[in-house]
Design a protein around this ligand. Structure first.
Ligand SMILES: [Fe+2]
Ligand SMILES: [Fe+2]
Length: 323
């Protein structure tokens, strides 16, 4: 808890990120899409993320359709969070403008990659929209969300960002589960995205700790509250999106469901979204270790308490963030 943190820029760690970033650099069309279309005979998200198999009253094509709707939301949610992540990293890079040029280059590459990811997810959404029935809605607008997020302290935004970039690793691991037979293009999206996100997570950790070292304990205490507010805002978006997606599913599925079944579909989609975008990151061991170094026991307990209602309703286990 609150160990003394060295604020000196570790040039070699930034240099390693640049080296890896150059080696694994990929292009949207050339490496990821490669002229392919989505195969609607396959699920888009692995079951470990979509949780559709928990809806036993849905037949296989129906479970697949619900997974595909969640795939479209995946593209939209990442397009959304990457808007504020790119802007914040560009802002943080200012502190290296006239300082360590290696750190600056690493953050510029990070921002460039995040712009590319947004373009990729926009492109994927367009492709899906061409082959899916009309009526899908993305409830949140990237710039509106970014304005709210960026009004919070840098500590809180970097904390949320670090959490997001770490959970892409778990998403990739779920996608290569041998039991899963998801669409080949989606498999590549998980793979290529995760490759660049791994470097981003390393940079987030360094910048978050650097920012943390500048704060007084009062400022950090306020920043912890802001991080809690941001997670609450993410949850608000997920609740609205889950409702919209369940509604879309019911309208295009082609058969009626009882009120109880319809409610169960909505609840399961929300549970899946909370797992995908909040709890899979909170439970990440590396994230728990990083935030555990920065916050006090009482602050960790406050975060855990705020997450409890979200975790209660979601799979598969309660979060372990408190000291
Ligand atoms: Fe990304
Ligand atoms: Fe990223």
């Amino acid at each position: 808890m609150q160990a003394t943190i060295n604020t000196t820029v570790d040039t070699s760690r930034y240099a390693k990120c640049i080296e890896t970033s150059k080696r694994i650099r990929w292009e949207i069309e050339r490496d990821v899409i490669r002229g392919r279309r989505f195969d609607f005979a396959k699920p888009f998200l692995p079951d470990g993320l979509s949780l559709v198999s928990q809806l036993e009253f849905l037949n296989e094509p129906e479970q697949r359709l619900l997974s595909q709707i969640q795939g479209r939301t995946y593209a939209n949610i990442f397009g959304l969070v990457e808007r504020f992540i790119g802007a914040k990293v560009l802002e943080v890079s200012r502190e290296h403008w006239l300082g360590d040029q290696t750190a600056l280059e690493a953050l510029v590459r990070f921002t460039d990659e995040e712009l590319k990811h947004q373009e990729m997810f926009r492109r994927l959404d367009e492709m899906m929209s061409e082959d899916m029935p009309a009526g899908y809605t993305a409830v949140a607008e990237p710039n509106a969300v970014a304005s709210v997020v960026l009004s919070k302290s840098t500590w809180a935004v970097l904390g949320l960002t670090c959490h997001i970039e770490l959970f892409t690793q778990l998403h990739y691991r779920s996608s290569i589960d041998h039991e899963q037979h998801i669409d080949a293009l989606w498999k590549d999206v998980f793979l290529f995205h995760w490759r660049e996100e791994s470097q981003h997570a390393v940079l987030d950790e360094m910048e978050w700790k650097r920012e943390d070292a500048k704060l007084t304990s009062e400022q950090r205490d306020r920043a912890v509250d802001e991080l809690i507010e941001l997670v609450g805002a993410v949850d608000g978006i997920l609740q609205a999106q889950a409702q919209a997606d369940a509604h879309y599913f019911l309208s295009v599925c082609g058969r009626p469901f009882s009120a109880e079944q319809a409610a169960h579909i909505g609840d399961t989609v929300l549970k899946a979204y909370r797992w995908q975008y909040i709890l899979s990151g909170v439970q990440d061991e590396r994230f728990a270790a990083i935030i555990g170094e920065l916050v006090s026991e009482a602050q960790g307990a406050r975060i855990a308490q705020a997450l409890a209602p979200i975790a209660q309703a979601a799979a598969p286990a309660p979060p372990a963030i408190a000291a």
